[in-house]
Design a protein around this ligand. Structure first.
Ligand SMILES: *[C@@H]1O[C@H](CO)[C@@H](O)[C@H](O)[C@H]1NC(C)=O
Ligand SMILES: *[C@@H]1O[C@H](CO)[C@@H](O)[C@H](O)[C@H]1NC(C)=O
Ligand SMILES: *[C@@H]1O[C@H](CO)[C@@H](O)[C@H](O)[C@H]1NC(C)=O
Ligand SMILES: *[C@@H]1O[C@H](CO)[C@@H](O)[C@H](O)[C@H]1NC(C)=O
Ligand SMILES: *[C@@H]1O[C@H](CO)[C@@H](O)[C@H](O)[C@H]1NC(C)=O
Ligand SMILES: *[C@@H]1O[C@H](CO)[C@@H](O)[C@H](O)[C@H]1NC(C)=O
Ligand SMILES: *[C@@H]1O[C@H](CO)[C@@H](O)[C@H](O)[C@H]1NC(C)=O
Ligand SMILES: *[C@@H]1O[C@H](CO)[C@@H](O)[C@H](O)[C@H]1NC(C)=O
Ligand SMILES: *[C@@H]1O[C@H](CO)[C@@H](O)[C@H](O)[C@H]1NC(C)=O
Ligand SMILES: *[C@@H]1O[C@H](CO)[C@@H](O)[C@H](O)[C@H]1NC(C)=O
Ligand SMILES: *[C@@H]1O[C@H](CO)[C@@H](O)[C@H](O)[C@H]1NC(C)=O
Ligand SMILES: *[C@@H]1O[C@H](CO)[C@@H](O)[C@H](O)[C@H]1NC(C)=O
Length: 843
């Protein structure tokens, strides 16, 4: 080729290449710009970003480098938007539909609300859409069916309504459809059976009615079927029991009926979990289940199964749980429990539930040889005398309602992880072995009610520091109620009625601030009923009847509520509220009504201040006049500030210098400081975050304080929840500074390392008592929701310049909301069904 032509040709070639490249360059640049704008629209729709994730989405770097963005390397188009668990709130902008190269969206675990934009249907390259654990509402957009590449849809745990769109059946590549835990209605569309690629189908915890369609039997690849906790009825189609790849078969909590096919062992050879509890299934438990070597969980409580439990479950090496409780099994069988013998071969075995059936006869000795992994044994409601072995990992043992007629074996104390022990309603006798009282692991209940147990309640009962319920009622226990019971600070329900206990109610019970039910009726208890008033507020049920209590009955708290308290059958009680219909006490009656008893208790509590009991009556009459006059003086709420930052407080206290440290407690350090704007003195109470329970205290205190204003309460200027300079959590409460310290320091000056010779005179003391009483009166009667401070003591009474007293420290305060009884019942039900709930969560 001649060189000119070559040059010309080359020139054209270069020109063409250049033009081509530049035009494609320009068009790429435009496409990229669309992506950038779409992302900015996405950002614009966000309203919450507490972790400040989106600050990286700025123009200092290309959008491909923004947090959560992945681009294709060649064209710089967005292929992935991934911001899971970032606490992002707001709506999802439809503009993401312009990110046409998107293959994956992962926004799970945020707080998105509003609809899932139907425009997502335009993302024809999308393969994976993960929006679970948000608050998306509205319907599932049918337009999703246009994303023909979609393989995974996960919308679990949102608030989606409406029906499951039938259009989803057109997704030719769908592998996983997870739409559990929403509010979907209608039924399961039969056309879902057309998605032959489907491996996972999870639509549990919705309001779906109707039946399980036969068409689902066409999903020959299905491995995971979870339709539990809906309102499905009818039988499970045989075709569905025929899906040979199924590993998890979850249909629990519906209204399904029919029996399990006897061939289930051959038709579901890959089954791991059979979850069919709380339905109306009937018939026998097929013995072919023992042929499924992959089985781990057989869970079929609350059905109508009859007959025997197959005796060779022990062949299933991986078996972990068998729960057949609350069925009709075992009736008329001579050896109905021999299946337990076979289970000893299952080395991973954890849980056996056979309660509330018709099992009878001796519990096989081999129960002691079950795997040491066993942690729950539910045997109640049958007729089986028992020996329990060395199941040291047991955390729940229910043997209630059997006919156990031995002593309680002390070896039970080896079960050091036991949280729940229920041996009630048996024929157990003898003393409760003292070793049992070493089980500080008990948290839920220790229930030995309705047996024939004798002996005394040992001091060691104080080991139950985390226990909620103690029920030893209807036995033959004698001796007194040990003082150490006051150490069991978690107790909410204590039932000791119908024994032969004597002595008085230990004053330590007043430490049990969470106590709701206390039944001591039908014992031989003596002494006064006058318990600490703070505690009494939480009692909803107090039964002291048929004892030998004497003296004055309080008028407050539980005693004020006729329906909550029972006192009959005590010879010598007087006073109390009118509804109790007791005779008046012989001391002069109170002319002023309820306020007096409050104030009297307060005065009694600080009577050390007065030193003289004779002052009491003078004090009371003074207080009654003055507290009325003062109690309505409230602070304006305008200077409440929840936004103190760590920096401000650091500055105010000169970097939390030890010179400014004015107090230390087990939960907090208190610093003096000066507010930067107005040089006003403040007290900064810094919580020791690392101490257990501190954040609960902070919440209680902030909640209480943001709701109350009174001149005799320490004025709170704000709370601070921030991170310190090292990035650790920092929580503090900012209060008005009280220059005269606490009443404690005045009463016991030796403890404050001060050579103060100041002593409070009687008028100052009286005034302080009045101030405290006014504060309490306000908290109990005039707050929107009554508040119990629960920690009134001189150390928490602070004095200002004028020695006016201010109550502080609301860390243990409780709102006396109307507690709802059925919550406890729900809790009990939940405990029963914990297993099934666990399983439903695998959606
Ligand atoms: C912009 O983003 C970069 C990281 O992408 C970040 O380092 C920088 O701090 C951000 N700028 C602003 C003003 O937030
Ligand atoms: C998508 O981009 C086009 C033009 O680039 C624009 O007109 C449209 O509003 C965008 N769509 C959304 C939903 O933002
Ligand atoms: C949903 O799909 C239909 C049919 O293709 C279309 O007409 C409509 O515009 C789409 N809706 C949205 C919001 O993209
Ligand atoms: C489901 O598939 C069957 C064939 O297997 C077809 O006849 C039917 O139209 C499909 N249904 C839908 C709604 O696509
Ligand atoms: C399908 O379900 C199984 C069992 O829960 C799970 O391990 C797997 O990740 C799921 N697959 C998809 C694609 O969601
Ligand atoms: C369950 O379905 C039945 C009809 O099969 C209906 O009567 C009932 O109201 C439904 N229950 C709920 C809670 O939706
Ligand atoms: C179950 O599967 C077997 C063999 O795969 C087949 O013969 C039978 O017809 C199926 N039954 C149903 C109800 O689908
Ligand atoms: C278990 O499988 C064996 C063969 O593997 C078979 O002979 C036996 O009948 C099966 N048992 C049941 C109860 O189906
Ligand atoms: C338990 O395993 C042993 C040894 O593998 C075997 O001999 C015995 O038959 C098995 N017992 C049961 C009940 O399966
Ligand atoms: C139970 O434990 C004791 C010792 O703690 C041991 O002697 C006994 O053999 C164990 N019993 C069984 C059945 O494992
Ligand atoms: C049960 O455990 C005891 C003590 O460990 C042992 O002697 C006995 O052989 C075991 N029984 C069986 C059937 O494994
Ligand atoms: C109560 O004590 C009296 C004597 O103090 C005694 O006679 C009576 O049997 C005791 N009652 C009970 C139930 O223990």
């Amino acid at each position: 080729m001649p060189s000119n032509e070559c040059n010309l040709f080359c020139f054209h070639l270069i020109l063409l290449l250049f033009l081509h490249c530049s035009s494609s360059f320009i068009s790429h640049a435009l496409d990229s710009e669309t992506d950038r704008l779409s992302l900015l629209s996405f950002k614009d729709e966000l309203t919450d970003d507490p972790l400040d994730v989106m600050s990286s989405w700025n123009d200092s770097v290309r959008f491909c480098e923004w947090r959560g963005i992945t681009c294709s390397s060649r064209r710089a188009r967005v292929t992935m938007l991934s911001l899971p668990f970032q606490k992002l709130g707001g709506t999802l902008s439809p503009a993401i539909a312009n990110l046409t190269f998107l293959r994956a969206i992962d926004l799970r675990g945020n707080v998105f609300r509003g609809p899932i934009p139907a425009e997502i249907g335009r993302l024809f390259r999308l393969r994976s859409l993960l929006l679970m654990e948000n608050s998306f509402g509205g319907e599932i957009p049918a337009n999703l069916s246009q994303c023909t590449q979609l393989e995974i849809i996960n919308l679990n745990f949102n608030s989606l309504i409406g029906k499951i769109p039938t259009e989803l059946s057109r997704l030719p590549n769908l592998v996983a459809l997870h739409i559990s835990a929403n509010q979907l209605t209608g039924g399961i569309p039969p056309v879902l059976g057309n998605i032959s690629t489907l491996l996972n189908l999870s639509i549990a915890q919705n309001y779906l009615g109707g039946t399980i369609p036969d068409n689902l039997g066409q999903l020959v690849n299905l491995q995971f079927l979870q339709v539990g906790s809906n309102n499905l009825s009818g039988t499970v189609p045989l075709s569905v029991f025929n899906l040979s790849r199924i590993s998890i078969f979850g249909v629990a909590f519906n209204r399904l009926v029919g029996s399990l096919p006897s061939s289930i062992g051959t038709s579901l050879p890959n089954l791991k979990q059979l979850l069919i509890g709380v339905n109306g299934f009937s018939g026998n438990i097929p013995s072919s289940l023992s042929n499924i070597s992959s089985l781990q969980i057989i869970d079929l409580p609350d059905n109508q199964f009859v007959g025997r439990v197959p005796s060779d479950f022990g062949r299933i090496a991986n078996l972990q749980r068998v729960n057949v409780g609350r069925n009709l099994l075992g009736r008329g069988d001579s050896d109905p429990l021999d299946f337990i013998n076979s289970l000893i071969n299952c080395s991973k075995f954890e849980m056996l539930g056979i309660d509330n059936n018709h099992f009878s006869g001796p519990l096989p000795d081999k129960i002691a040889n079950l795997s040491t992994n066993v942690n729950r044994l539910l045997l109640g409601g049958n007729q089986i005398p028992s020996t329990i072995g060395n199941l040291t990992k047991l955390f729940e043992l229910r043997l209630d309602g059997n006919t156990l007629d031995t002593n309680i074996p002390s070896s039970l104390a080896n079960c050091q992880q036991l949280q729940l022990l229920n041996l009630s309603d048996n024929d157990l006798s003898g003393p409760v072995p003292i070793q049992i009282f070493t089980l500080s692991s008990l948290t839920v209940t220790f229930n030995l009610a309705r047996n024939f147990l004798s002996g005394t309640l040992p001091l060691d009962v104080g080991n139950f520091v985390n226990l909620k319920e103690l029920d030893l009622s209807d036995n033959e226990l004698s001796g007194s109620i040990p003082h150490s019971l006051g150490r069991c600070l978690s107790l909410e329900h204590v039932y000791l009625q119908c024994n032969s206990l004597n002595g008085s109610i230990p004053s330590s019970l007043s430490s049990l601030k969470g106590l709701q039910d206390l039944d001591l009726s039908r014992n031989n208890l003596t002494g006064s009923t006058y318990l600490s008033f703070c505690k009494i507020f939480f009692l909803q049920y107090l039964n002291l009847s048929y004892n030998q209590f004497q003296g004055q009955v309080p008028k407050n708290g539980a005693f004020a509520n006729r329906s909550a308290v029972s006192l009959v059958g005590n010879g010598d009680l007087c006073g109390g509220s009118i509804e109790l219909e007791l005779s008046p006490c012989s001391v002069p009656t109170d002319p002023v009504g309820r306020n007096k008893s409050y104030l009297k208790v307060v005065i009694t509590a600080v009577s050390g201040v007065f030193g003289s009991a004779g002052m009491l009556y003078i004090a009371i009459s003074c207080i009654l006049k003055r507290s009325r006059a003062r109690s309505s003086l409230a602070f304006p709420s305008s200077d409440w500030n929840s936004n103190f930052s760590y920096r401000e407080l650091e500055k105010a206290t000169s970097g939390f210098s030890s010179d400014n440290l004015v107090g230390t407690g087990s939960f907090a350090l208190v610093y003096k400081g000066l507010q930067s704007q107005d040089r006003r003195p403040i007290a900064v109470k810094v919580l020791k975050i690392q101490e257990k329970g501190t954040s609960k205290i902070y919440m209680a205190e902030c909640e209480a304080l943001s709701n109350i204003r009174h001149r005799n309460l320490v004025k709170v200027l704000g709370c601070c929840s921030d991170v310190d300079s090292a990035g650790r959590d920092f929580k503090a409460i900012v209060l008005d500074f009280m220059p005269n310290g606490s009443l404690e320091q005045w009463l016991h000056p030796e403890e404050r390392n001060v050579n103060a010779v100041n002593d409070l005179n009687i008028f100052q003391r009286l005034s302080i008592a009045i101030d405290v009483a006014s504060a309490l009166e306000y908290l109990h009667y005039y707050c929107h929701i009554p508040i119990a401070h629960c920690d009134v003591k001189p150390g928490n009474v602070l004095l200002d310049d004028d020695l006016c007293a201010h109550l502080s420290d609301f860390g243990l305060a409780k709102f006396l909301r109307n507690r709802v009884m059925y919550v406890d019942k729900l809790k009990a039900v939940q405990l029963e069904y914990e297993d099934q709930l666990d399983m439903l969560l695998q959606v």
